[in-house]
Design a protein around this ligand. Structure first.
Ligand SMILES: [Zn+2]
Length: 274
């Protein structure tokens, strides 16, 4: 499943093609949003934003088209008179004179009025989106330091979309490694410096993943390993999916566990529990 950085990259591609341009087509493949979208006729898209794994198209009247890809949704792009060769079902088509942005297979598409944004079940509880909000490490540290998160284990909390939106399974393992934190630690166990390391790691890795299309490992090391002939899946991450392989930092074997029903990888030496 794509994580926040992947959705953010797609959002930028959608924005490049349809943001602040006259639309020649705004077509919905599902009856409910098609009916609700009549209010959008003749309007332009003012902004394309993400909220974790949701993508929002903001129109001039402050109405929003909310889309969530869940497991199957996929954006594709084409010239307006062409359609990609796919058996997928087209669910949303947005075209200008020069481009089409096409959402296939997604079933979670809604047209929301400005007053519905705070009551929408996903949007009402979604946490801080580092990418769309542009939050700096200091703001991220304040966010994670809120008392309501203090008693939760880091490994559970990092998959909770009401904490940090867009952090998914590979980012969870990678953030904990870069911050040098053990998965079972709770936020209340962390001192000031450790909370700062967590905030810095989240900020660094979310933006690094946007830039590299999901390569989270240290850029210098990636360059070195690439030159040495390593394959992408072997140099891509610090620890994720590297069970039994040597930690890039200390040579200890990487361990795999299951927390919150998802696989988690860590180096017990670099991520001591106390
Ligand atoms: Zn290590």
């Amino acid at each position: 499943m794509p994580e926040g950085p992947e959705i953010y990259r797609v959002a930028r591609q959608v924005a490049e093609r349809v943001e602040r341009k006259p639309l020649t087509e705004l077509w919905f493949g599902l009856a409910r949003p098609a009916e609700a979208a009549k209010v959008l006729a003749g309007q332009q898209i003012q902004a394309v934003e993400t909220r974790g794994k949701a993508l929002l198209l903001k129109f001039e009247s402050d109405h929003v088209v909310y889309t969530h890809n869940q497991l199957y949704g996929r954006w594709m792009f084409a010239k307006p008179d062409r359609r990609p060769d796919t058996r997928r079902q087209l669910r949303l088509a947005i075209s200008t004179g020069t481009d089409s942005a096409l959402l296939y297979s997604a079933s979670d598409i809604e047209v929301l009025g400005p007053e519905q944004l705070t009551s929408h079940p996903f949007l009402a509880r979604v946490g801080l989106d580092i990418l769309s909000s542009g939050a700096e490490p200091a703001a991220i540290k304040d966010w994670v330091s809120q008392p309501r998160y203090a008693g939760r284990q880091l490994a559970h909390l990092l998959l909770d979309q009401s904490f940090l939106a867009g952090v998914g399974n590979y980012l969870r393992s990678e953030i904990l490694f870069l911050a040098g934190l053990a998965p079972e630690q709770r936020l209340r166990d962390l001192d000031e410096k450790a909370r700062q390391r967590l905030a810095d790691a989240v900020h660094t890795l979310m933006w690094r993943s946007v830039k590299t299309a999901g390569v989270t490992n240290a850029p210098d090391l990636v360059r070195e390993l690439k030159n040495a002939g390593w394959r992408r899946r072997d140099y891509r991450h610090y620890v994720f999916s590297r069970e039994g392989q040597a930690c890039h930092q200390c040579d200890s074997p990487i361990l795999r566990t299951t927390i919150s029903t998802r696989r988690l990888y860590h180096c017990p030496h670099c991520q001591p529990s106390a």
